[in-house]
Write a protein that binds this ligand. Structure first.
Ligand SMILES: Cc1ncc(COP(=O)(O)O)c(C=O)c1O
Length: 463
């Protein structure tokens, strides 16, 4: 999204440089409810609180940087997805967005299923008590060891991603004397991101089996012949951070077209269809995500309409939201270390984390918001770039945002909507220690993933 430079505000530039930013907000102290989790607000002293605890207390107790995760908000979002789809559909939380044992327990309690995509995620799910039949196992190159563990555990479905895997899973299931429920992941030639989708040529990717050229139909043909497999449906995932339903419409049309071909060729009506995840959230005030009930209504209507047109029984729908559940529930709390004003450009604000706790800005050019949270300020807005402490000039957390011009070392700032794909993609680059995930709820804080220590690093380095 291209945004225009704005001629107001900062202390170090008369005319602001080109950049990815809107006009500075009228009041930098106001927190836009769109990008912050449900229990976040400012207390009477101007300090931001989350889950009933103020950020200064959280920083003292748990240090910075830290991911502060709002348990009530997570549960509310999980419940609202579950409620929106009702008992005729299944919601699989995509664990890749962020997974820990506490998360697994909350999902279980709120009635959601879980999508995992590695042996590590599977182990986390099982160790926290998620019933195996509520787990879907994904991945474009699952090892035979991982497949065996999944089949032995009794996972509810394995999503097959290649011709080799069809044979591998069937073989392992037969060896173990069972029949594995599977879906076949196809690529429908649709790629959707944010507001746009393109409906041509997106078979050019590593996931799934292309519908084009009859490959998906051939995969189904082969899978249906194998005794070790029970083919329960077709899976399609079209992209990420999607706000517009039109990509799903095209995808559903094509998936249902395949279901019809399968019925015509094999006399089998597959009972399930999975439309994947990818639903967008608000990272900045410019983003307008849809509510789960609107998404559920739209997807159900699309599939029902397509099936009626194809004279098929409407299959059971499943979806796999990750970001839309966990993304808005957390913010990253940082302490400001250094501040460098660059004349006629912007002010670089360095924090005590960076690309090792949020790689999305460097990797995807993602946009985030930021706020001063340890106090309020009446100072003028200053165009800031929030950067990390890594030896890399691309180590940017927030590319362009407004912070008060009196920002000082020691202030706490927070970047909202970091619940998804931040801790789960965190690294040890420069041997920087990965931050903890701290759940806040009803005035209490609980570490659900602890901060990494230098001992953790050295334990892996066996000399
Ligand atoms: C198959 C599949 N399902 C679900 C998701 C979750 O996407 P999101 O977190 O954007 O909802 C992904 C993300 O890559 C995916 O590949």
């Amino acid at each position: 999204m291209s945004r225009s430079a704005h001629p107001a505000g900062p202390r170090h530039a008369d005319v602001l440089p080109e950049g990815h930013y809107s006009a500075p907000p009228a009041d930098l102290n106001t927190l836009d409810a769109k990008v912050w989790s449900e229990t976040v607000s400012r207390d009477a002293d101007g300090v931001v609180t989350a889950g009933g605890l103020d950020v200064k207390t959280l920083a003292e107790r748990h240090g910075t940087p830290a991911y502060i995760l709002d348990e009530a908000d997570f549960r509310a979002r999980a419940r609202s997805w579950r409620g929106a789809f009702g008992s005729d559909a299944d919601v699989f939380y995509a664990g890749k967005a962020f997974l820990s044992r506490a998360i697994v327990r909350w999902l279980h309690e709120e009635g959601l299923n879980l999508d995992v995509c590695s042996g590590g995620e599977l182990a986390t799910a099982i160790s926290a008590g998620m019933p195996a039949d509520r787990i879907a196992f994904h991945g474009n190159n699952k090892s035979t060891e991982e497949i065996r563990r999944a089949v032995e555990a009794g996972v509810g479905r394995i999503v097959l991603d290649s011709f080799q895997e069809i044979v591998r899973v069937a073989h392992i299931a037969q060896e173990l004397g069972t029949r594995q429920r599977v879906q076949i992941r196809i690529t429908v030639g649709v790629e959707a991101h944010t507001h746009e989708f393109i409906a041509t040529a997106h078979e050019d990717q590593k996931f799934g089996i292309p519908l084009a050229g009859g490959q998906a139909a051939e995969a189904v043909r082969r899978a249906l012949r194998l005794d070790g497999l029970e083919v329960i449906g077709i899976h399609s995932h079209i992209g990420s951070q999607i706000f517009d339903m039109s990509g799903f419409e095209v995808a559903a049309h094509r998936v249902v077209g395949l279901l019809k071909d399968i019925r015509d060729e094999h006399g089998v009506e597959l009972p399930e269809i999975d439309l994947g995840g990818g639903l967008g959230i608000a990272y900045t005030s410019d983003d307008d995500p849809r509510e789960p009930h609107e998404i559920a209504k739209a997807l159900t209507e699309i599939v029902t309409r397509e099936c009626e047109a194809a004279k098929l029984r409407t299959p059971r729908i499943s979806v796999e939201p990750g970001r839309a559940i966990v993304g808005p529930t957390a913010f990253t709390l940082y302490e400001v270390g250094t501040i460098k004003p660059l004349d006629n450009l912007r002010t670089y604000v360095s924090v005590d984390g960076g690309m090792s706790d949020n790689i999305r800005t460097a990797l995807y050019d993602a946009e985030y918001s930021v706020a001063l949270v340890s106090r309020t300020s009446d100072a003028a807005p200053m165009l800031a770039r929030v950067v990390g402490k890594h030896c890399e000039s691309g180590d940017i957390v927030v590319k362009d945002a407004f912070l008060p011009a009196d920002l000082a070392p020691g202030d706490l700032i927070a970047v909202p909507a970091t619940g998804a794909y931040c801790r789960s993609m965190a690294s040890n680059y420069n041997h920087v220690l990965r931050p903890p995930v701290v759940a806040v709820h009803d005035g209490e804080s609980r570490v659900i993933v602890r901060r990494e220590t230098e001992e953790d690093l050295l334990r892996l380095d066996v000399g």
